[in-house]
Write a protein that binds this ligand. Structure first.
Ligand SMILES: *Cc1c(COP(=O)(O)O)cnc(C)c1O
Length: 385
C-alpha cells in the first residue's frame, strides 16, 4: 500500500441523516459577484450566496435527534427551570466544576469572568488569545500577555503540542509585575488562533505546580477542550488507554474554572456557560449574570436551549463523535496539502488555517517582556468566530 503523508483511512460516520436542509445552488458568476459585493469579507456575505460554508464551526453543527427531542422538554419557567438543573449536573459530571452559570454564548461568560477577576492594571497571560476573550480582559482593565510556546508562532512547525504554555515566559511576566497583578492565567484548550493546537497534560501539570506556588488560578477556555483531550490520548505517552471523557476530567480537575462557548464542542447553535469551584466567585457571577444575561438559572437562554446543550455535552465526549469530527478536518487538510495549498501544520482539530493568519495573529499579540509598551488594544475585533 502507498503510505504517503497524504494517505487517508476513512472512518464510519456515527450517525445517519434524517432531515436535509435545502440549499440554493449558485453559479460561479453569482458567487464572484457576491464576494465582490461583500468587499471580500466573508463576515459580510449572505449565507444564501454560500453553497459550501467553511467560515467557522461556531453554532453551525446539525443537532442530533436527541437534542431536538430535548428541545420539546423545554421548561420555560422564569426561575428554576428543570433544564438548568440538567445542564448543571451534566457540566458537573463531565467537566467537574461545582458551580455553573449558563450564558447566551462564550463571550457572555468571558464578560462575567473578566469583570469579576480582573482589576485595572492587571496582566492576564494566555496561550495566545481569542478575540473576544482578550477584548473582555482589556475592557476590564487588564493587559493580555502572550505566553504560548514559540512553536505556535511558526505555522510550519509540526510540534505536537503547540498549545503549551512557555513557563519561562510566564515566570518572566510574574517576575516583572508580581503575582498579585496576575489575577489568573487564561488557558485555552486546542488553541484556535494557532490552528486548533492542543496543550499536553505534562505542560498543564507543570503549569499547575507553578501556579500553586504563586497562588495564581488557572481559568480554562473550555470551548474545544474535548478535542484537546482527544489529542492528548493520541499523542501523549501514558494516555493511549484512557477515554476522552477521563482525560477531559483530568484537565478540568487541574483548573479552577472555565468559560465555555457551547457553539463549538457542545454541538448547539447557541449557548455557553461560566463554571468555577470558588463559591464567592460564583455568587458574583450569578449577580452579574442577572445584569448582562438573565437570571442565573437561564443566562440568556431558553430552557430548551439548555436542554440541547446538556445533551450536546454528553454526545460531544463520545469516542465515535470525536473520531469523525477530527477525522473530517484531517481529510480535508490532507486533500489541501496534496493540492499544494499551504495550511498551518500540524492539521488541527476544528479548522484549517492559512499560515498568514497565524503570522497576523502573532503580530497582534503582545509578547511577555515588552510590557513597557502602551496597551495595544485589539486591532482585530472584526474576527469573532
Ligand atoms: C468562539 C470562541 C469564544 C467565544 O465564544 P462565543 O460563543 O462565540 O461568544 C471564546 N473562545 C474560543 C476559543 C472560541 O473559539
Amino acid at each position: 500500500m502507498n503510505t504517503t503523508k497524504h494517505e487517508h483511512r476513512t472512518w464510519a460516520e456515527p450517525y445517519k441523516i434524517k432531515m436535509v436542509e435545502l440549499l440554493r445552488m449558485t453559479t460561479r458568476e453569482e458567487r464572484l459577484a457576491a464576494i465582490r459585493e461583500a468587499g471580500y469579507n466573508t463576515f459580510l456575505t449572505r449565507s444564501r450566496d454560500v453553497y459550501i460554508d467553511l467560515l467557522t464551526d461556531s453554532g453551525t453543527s446539525a443537532m442530533s435527534d436527541r437534542q431536538w427531542a430535548g428541545m420539546m422538554l423545554g421548561d420555560e419557567a422564569y426561575s428554576g427551570s428543570e433544564n438548568f438543573y440538567h445542564l448543571e449536573s451534566t457540566v458537573r459530571e463531565y467537566y467537574g466544576y461545582k458551580n455553573v452559570v449558563p450564558t447566551h454564548q462564550g463571550r457572555g461568560a468571558e464578560n462575567l469572568m473578566s469583570k469579576i477577576l480582573i482589576r485595572e492594571g492587571d496582566y492576564v497571560p494566555g496561550n495566545m488569545y481569542f478575540t473576544t476573550t482578550r477584548l473582555h480582559q482589556e475592557m476590564a482593565g487588564g493587559t493580555f500577555v502572550d505566553v504560548i510556546v514559540d512553536e505556535a508562532h511558526d505555522p510550519q512547525d509540526d510540534f505536537p503540542f503547540k498549545g503549551n504554555v512557555d513557563l519561562d515566559k510566564l515566570d518572566e511576566l510574574v517576575g516583572e509585575v508580581g503575582a498579585d497583578r496576575v489575577p489568573y492565567i487564561s488557558l485555552e484548550g486546542n488553541v484556535n488562533m494557532a490552528g486548533g493546537q492542543p496543550f499536553s497534560m505534562a505542560n498543564l501539570r507543570e503549569l499547575r505546580g507553578y501556579c500553586d506556588k504563586h497562588s495564581i488560578p488557572i481559568m480554562l477556555d473550555a470551548t474545544r477542550t474535548v478535542e484537546n483531550a482527544w489529542f492528548i490520548r493520541e499523542r501523549e505517552e501514558g494516555y493511549a488507554g484512557k477515554s476522552v471523557r477521563e482525560i477531559l476530567r483530568e484537565i478540568c480537575d487541574m483548573t479552577d474554572g472555565c468559560t465555555m462557548s457551547a457553539k463549538k464542542d457542545a454541538l448547539v447553535n447557541i449557548g455557553g456557560f461560566f463554571a468555577c469551584n470558588d463559591d464567592d466567585v460564583f455568587v458574583k457571577a450569578k449577580n452579574l449574570a442577572v445584569v448582562y444575561e438573565g437570571l442565573h438559572t437561564y443566562g440568556g437562554l431558553a430552557g430548551r436551549d439548555m436542554e440541547a446543550m446538556a445533551q450536546g455535552i454528553r454526545e460531544s465526549i463520545t469516542e465515535e463523535h470525536m473520531a469523525a469530527r477530527i477525522g473530517q478536518v484531517r481529510y480535508l487538510g490532507r486533500k489541501l496539502e496534496a493540492a499544494g495549498v499551504p495550511i498551518v501544520e500540524p492539521i488541527g482539530s476544528h479548522c484549517l488555517l492559512n499560515p498568514e493568519f497565524v503570522r497576523w495573529s502573532v503580530a497582534t499579540s503582545p509578547p511577555a517582556g515588552i510590557l513597557s509598551q502602551a496597551r495595544t488594544g485589539s486591532q482585530n475585533s472584526s474576527w469573532f468566530a
